[in-house]
Design a protein around this ligand. Sequence first.
Ligand code: SF4
Length: 892
Amino acid sequence: MQSGCEQENKNKVCRSRGGESCAFDGAMIVLQPIADTAHIVHGPIACCGNSWEGRGSLSRKGMLDRMGFTTDISEIEIVYGAEEKLSCAIQETFDKVRPKAIFVHATCVSGLIGEDIEAVCTKAAADLGIRVIPVNAPGFVGPKNLGNRIAGEVLLDHVIGTGEPPPPFSSSLGKGGLRGVINLIGEYNIAGDLWLVEPVLNAAGINVLSKITGDASFEEITWAHRAKLNVVVCSRALINVAKEMERKYSIPYVEVSFFGKTEMSKALRRIAERLQEGGENIIDKIPLHPPFTKGDISPSLEKRGQGRFFQIESIIAREEKQLEEKLKIYSHLKGKKAVLYTGGVKSWSFISALIDLGIEVVAVGTKKSTFEDEEKMKEILGPDAPLIEDVTPANLRRLMKERNADMLIAGGRNLYLAVKEGFPFVDVNQERHIAYAGYEGLVNLAQQISNSVRFYNENRSYKSYKTYVDKSLGTSVVINPLKHSQSIGAAIALQGIDRALPIIHGAQGCTFLGKVLITKHFREPIALASTKLFTEDVVMGSEEALVKVTEGFIEKQTPGLIGVLSSGLSEVKGDDIQSAISNQRSAVNGINRQCHIVHIPTPDYEGGMETGYATAVEAVLRGILDKSRKEIRGQINVLAGLHLTPADFNELREIIESFGLCPVFLPDLSALDGSREGSSPLATGGVTVSEIGSMNSSMFTIAIGMSMEAPAKYLYGTYGIEYKLLESVAGLRGSDDLMITLSAISERPVPEKYVRQRRSLSDGMRDAHYYLSGKKICTALEPDMSVQTSAWLNEMAADVELAVIPCCSEAADRINSKRTIVSDLFSVNGDFDLLISSSHAADTADRLGVPLYQTGFPVYKVMGHTSKTTIGYRGSLAMINEVANVFLHERH
Ligand code: SF4
């Protein structure tokens, strides 16, 4: 049997290049679940920053899988080499978290500059006395699948066969083996899948020796070569491990799936069969279960093998009976229709699971499936299986409607397609939070589908929803990064421009991981594309790829603006993006298409999310504005920073308009307030390109957040448009500054409505100060957000003991804190009453034993963040009350 990657027809496999992340991410997916080992990502911030905490594996063997480690290499280190920094990072990681082993992952940039990771690892291993293992899967070598396979090879070369199991396995193995000892390969314990399967296996007398790699310890993988059978759960990813172990250690393997009743029962029978073929008799060891009693061997079971499977059948009968009982309350799902789009083994095993629930599968997306997967789909659904290759959002939407489907079962990336269209949706990919494996997992699946169907039936309106500053980190390793790459900031900025499309010029992983991260925060469809560079483009030159991708989008989607974001890979390669774009601009003008193409330099080895955002805003202004200026009375430019929520943009507009002014926001992130309709590869809503074109005629510019001063200065320097920089528009003083500025520009008094809101805020602040004053706060936020937050906390007489920011910024000096450091979340230490940071800081708050108030980016562990107003009198009052409530709840 062959994995997808080894199929003869490579084209089929290569199609998976389109919708997936990169080889680096694939290797991390396989190796990171080993929770007592550390994974150092050797590269600039993007690779680790966009992906840590993004994978759904769970473990009881350690905490390190939930942490991110990166060398976060800078431009200077790219020029002079970062091997020394990597050595220090390995040592620091060892000192700080005492891992059982360390994996060091190459990325596009470290791969391209030729870092000798292997030599560094060999030396570090000798110095530290633990295994330090290089993983050479930089993103440009291929898609996620390839990374999975490379990780499998790493385990074969460096881990499997290097240890021996302890008792009881060791003693039994010596005497012919503990009964039913298997390895599970390709089971990552997503959302706890394994924990629903292992008890059933144990009850059936099947013992799991090593898990590769969900809920695994490093040590248990070292003795995997002692198992009697390898059970491959995701054939596409790690079949190479099973094949090599068969060759090297004579361990046979069997491929199964644990999703759904039919597949789970089939899996138990196949495992038992293969163990018995290998001389393993598992039946004496296990108790009988109702409905069977000793000697009660049914004729059909006899026929299946003279009672050999008696106990297995007994377990299956017990589990299926219990399942049947539990599924009774979901009988209303029978006859419903589903469109399914997922990848690998799930693509066919979820068909089977849905059929178990009586749900008809009316279309199956096959873009991420191998030919072998497709054959299995046909085995289940028959030769006329409704397999669909085109899984673009537009086609999925069409299929849902044409086939009268009741639900979409797919990966999280399709969530917002479903939400916008009002389709019940269940996420079955690796980002999910619910376990679906085993018999119990099918009950969970039924419950999720049922909840979703009920919700949309009861909310049909959704259908019509058309809808002292320490600036040096001083360490070589960044653990649990606070920092995000510049391209993330630039990509967010372009979401606020109607019909804009950011394209990251680099390997596909950055875009994939970035899109997942931004989507998670805003809970909206996000426009972000990639030029998808692979090894051949890296060697031969990639400007052609850029031109091809850009022209493809111009032809098909007619965007108003394309922002080409450079990545660490394209910058280090030295691509001349600017001239590629200039040539293309003439070609585009030649075919008379109205599309602006701007180059936004966002290398991920310098700056951070805020600088990327500001760079994008300035690049758009430079790219769109012409030289002429004819002042438009009453029009003002608003350059609002990344620290404002979409709801803040709406609030700001309302405030400005109440002064009789006409604001042009760049960008206008109110487009991400949940009002986006349908799904499009382009950003929809927000400021239009023609509105941006008028910004050189505005009478004034307001820049909100220090990072936005640079584009405001550009407008001033080029067009003489005066500007005012507002460091904060929250709290009493920040809101007052905004009102005073608007009053001065418009020459009107502050409207009565805001005078009244001000009184409410003053009163609310007095009420809330009982809970906030004197409290010791730690903030871990982007610089502009830190300035604003520290300002209103100071008004509440709370003390910002420590402000942690991700990178150096001029704003650092303006943070009203006792101490400000450039650092990561792992370095946050001290005696605080509250931590204010993003969702990434949940574990940090647990470690410190303090509550976490979630804000900044990304926020995905609380609902409603993007619809929260946090500025102006009204928004500030709401936010202050929320924070005060944290302390109020603590007290009671
Ligand atoms: S594609 Fe992006 S995320 Fe993947 S290794 Fe390359 S730079 Fe990192």
